[in-house]
Ligand binder design. Structure first.
Ligand SMILES: [Zn+2]
Length: 299
């Protein structure tokens, strides 16, 4: 015998249907934005949104994010089993599932391959210098999760290490992933990462970066509370704290004294002085180069 649906229940169903339609439209819109900004090429990238405690909705595999329609989306449970939809979910879905498992506060995940940020991920250079106030207050630091073969359990495992304390990270030799309380919130964080990567690249090409001091970073951390900026973990700008597990804090490079704020970059320390391939370095440049190499070896 069919269960009769009360007025209140049918109103709830109508509301949730509307909410789902809205979510489908938002995913299509974010996909278009990722595509139009060149954050994805071909069928790259994937987006997911939490629908309720049992289901999430995600983009299908093998579809350009710039040309999706609301009916293409796939509904899956938190084990990744398809619940509804004509298509199959992306093979990168396990990374999304891991983020939802680790972060009950997260409602949406965006994964893309924005070129400048991905360049940093390929070079193995994390975006962890305290440079822009807005980035310090919103994302804190942007670490690099170790490389994992796509479609295997390696990628979710690599992401697990950082996701408790970070809303965004680079994925070594791959791309970037962000999460947030809505799909637009997660998308804006992806924009922030790419924008920050572009600015960092220009500053490094110009040969130096002025870092924010530790005191400034602490002041910005205070602003988070004042403006109600949600963050999964505090910023750690003290090197002693920086040794701590990145699962509990956002490790930022910020000097203790303002006289140490200027960081010259290695690329311009090596200058090609003549056409015969000879490289000339000053004594200061050579010692900085050696110090950097030793630091990299220790890391
Ligand atoms: Zn990818």
């Amino acid at each position: 015998m069919q269960k009769r649906i009360s007025g209140a229940e049918s109103a709830k169903i109508a509301l949730s249907t509307r909410a789902e339609e809205q979510v489908r439209a938002e995913i299509v819109e974010v996909g278009r934005r990722l595509y139009s900004r060149g954050f994805v090429a071909s069928n790259d990238g994937n987006i997911s949104v939490r629908l309720d405690d049992h289901r999430l909705i995600t983009t299908p595999k093998s579809v350009s994010k710039g040309f999706m329609t609301p009916d293409m989306m796939v509904i899956v449970d938190y084990e990744g089993r398809k619940v509804a939809g004509d298509r199959d979910p992306s093979s990168e879905l396990p990374m999304h599932l891991e983020i939802y498992r680790q972060r009950p506060d997260v409602n949406a995940v965006v994964h893309a391959h924005p070129p400048t940020a991905t360049g940093f991920a390929v070079a193995g250079v994390p975006l962890t210098r305290a440079v822009l106030a807005e980035v310090v207050t919103t994302l804190g630091s942007i670490p690099i999760a170790e490389y994992g073969t796509p479609s295997t359990a390696e990628l979710p495992e690599a992401v697990r290490k950082y996701i408790k304390a970070h809303d965004g990270m680079l994925l070594a030799n791959h791309g970037a992933v962000t999460c947030g309380n809505s799909v637009f919130n997660a998308h804006f964080k992806m924009e922030t990462i790419e924008h920050f990567a572009q600015i960092s690249l220009v500053a490094r090409m110009l040969g130096r970066e002025h870092l924010l001091s530790r005191e400034e970073v602490e002041r910005l951390q205070g602003l988070r509370g004042m403006y109600g900026i949600a963050s999964p973990a505090p910023v750690c700008a003290d090197p002693a704290e920086a040794e701590r597990d990145q699962a509990v804090c956002q490790v930022l490079e910020a000097p203790a004294s303002s006289s140490e704020r200027l960081v010259p970059d290695i690329a311009t320390r090596v200058r090609q002085a003549s056409g015969d391939g000879e490289i000339r370095l000053t004594y200061g440049e050579l010692t900085a180069l050696i110090a950097d190499a030793i630091k990299n070896l220790r890391d």
